[in-house]
Design a protein around this ligand. Structure first.
Ligand code: ADP
Ligand code: ZN
Ligand code: MG
Length: 404
């Protein structure tokens, strides 16, 4: 491709919100749930009544620390909460308890495996804790529940759910890289056992910042795509927004810093509103919460409790099974697929055959069906039976594929 668009390159940084799967909310004892009747998991604290006192959820701090450590961040020995003030009907206190200049984790990175087997590193600026807002339900309109209604309803069940926000450095240089990064970040967080990471239900949400520039030039003005709720939309939204910015610049116009909305149905982006600056939020330290001091022993305990992470698993799979780096990377990035391979290899004693089958026929079938390996009708026991017949020469590979 050598059209004029090749002259421009993207600069992308992501802000990812992870809902933690703690039993209770960030600062009160209400249960964290999904899909229950509206306003059935609320109390004076998460409804922001005057005079109440929040108390920090210890489990949420532990989960956030796990994420920070898995992303190679330095965990602050002293961290505090701030109030981020803004008015919106889903935020009963008119401020969100968040973190500002003393976040839990700073200065990390994630090494990401590209589809072609190469790796790239994305810096992690910060990992901080905050609380989620409630949810507005628009009663009328095209997607509404009540014909002709011109009002919205609010459900505070989600309000106060513990969130971790992960902010990356602007190290991502293509929309495809952004998709691959988010996919691997999701796998990582899933393996930490701290979140459902379900994008449709909103337990993993991604805002994407993007600007374009000519190689070697300073960063351009960025815009922000809010709430990209699928990997595919993230990539497509960034591609569309890049194109919009390039068109503007090619015509000698300026990119205006703004929040933009991507409409997957039409594939187009539209500008929503100019973005708030930090000073618009009038951040100040939350006076009702004590600072959190995490000593070295605590951080060490959390570090030791981490499961095997994808980077370590890739190395182990290469060593233990003599897998090619690319194959090991795929199996390490997808925990369920990696587990499937390891139990199949153990059951059959046929490492090569198991790897070939899992990465070949099985993956092709899963991709085509659009399902996860955990939803496959063929479990490892059945697959082991099949592969044994291939190993002892009863079936050819082609016949096995047919049986499968
Ligand atoms: P803001 O203060 O506008 O929120 P931040 O500096 O906090 O901006 O950055 C927010 C996100 O935007 C980060 O993920 C960062 O990597 C990314 N970012 C910063 N500058 C740019 C830029 N020029 N182009 C694209 N992304 C950027
Ligand atoms: Zn509550
Ligand atoms: Mg910011």
């Amino acid at each position: 491709m050598n059209g004029p668009e090749r002259v421009w390159e993207a600069v992308i940084g992501l802000e990812i919100h992870v809902q933690l799967s703690t039993r209770t909310k960030m600062f009160c004892g209400c249960e964290v749930t999904f899909g229950d009747p509206p306003n059935t998991h609320v109390c004076p604290v998460c409804l922001g009544h005057p005079g109440v006192l929040p108390v920090t959820n210890e489990k949420a701090v532990e989960y956030a620390t796990r994420i920070a450590l898995a992303l190679n961040c330095r965990v602050a020995d002293r961290t505090i909460f701030h109030r981020k003030n803004y008015f919106y009907p889903d935020l009963p206190k008119a401020y969100q308890i968040s973190q500002y200049d003393l976040p839990l984790g700073i200065g990390g990175y994630l090494d990401v495996e590209a589809d072609d087997g190469s790796t790239f590193r994305v810096g992690i600026t910060r990992v901080h804790m905050e609380e989620d807002a409630g949810k507005l339900v628009h009663a009328g309109g095209a997607s509404g529940r009540i014909d002709g209604a011109d009002y919205s309803l609010v459900d505070f069940n989600r309000g106060g759910t513990p969130l971790v926000e992960i902010v990356t450095e602007p190290d991502i240089s293509t929309p495809e890289q952004a998709r691959v990064f988010l996919t691997q970040l999701r796998n990582l967080v899933e393996q930490l056992g701290v979140s459902d990471v379900n994008m449709e239900e909103g337990s993993l949400r991604c805002d994407a910042n993007v600007s374009v520039r000519k190689p070697g030039e300073p960063f351009g003005t960025k815009t922000e795509l809010k709430n990209m709720n699928s990997f595919r939309f993230l990539q497509r939204g960034l591609e569309a927004e890049m194109e919009r910015q390039i068109d503007l610049l090619e015509f000698g116009e300026r990119v205006v810093q703004a929040t933009v909305h991507f409409d997957p149905a039409t594939g187009t982006v539209s500008s929503l509103r100019s973005k708030e600056e930090a000073h618009d939020y009038r951040y100040f330290p939350e006076p009702d919460l004590v600072p959190i001091e995490l000593d070295e022993a605590y951080v060490q305990r959390v570090r030791e409790s981490l499961p095997e992470l994808p980077a370590a698993r890739k190395e182990r799979l290469m060593g233990q099974y003599e897998l090619a780096p690319k194959d090991a990377a795929i199996l390490a990035a997808n925990k369920a697929l990696g587990d499937y391979f390891e139990s199949l290899a153990a059951a059959t004693g046929e490492v090569r055959l198991s790897a070939t089958w899992v990465l070949g026929d099985l993956s092709a079938y899963l991709n085509a069906a659009g399902i996860d390996v955990s939803d496959s009708a063929v479990d490892t026991e059945m697959a082991a039976g099949l592969l044994k017949l291939v190993a002892d020469g009863t079936l050819s590979g082609k016949m096995a594929k047919e049986v499968f």
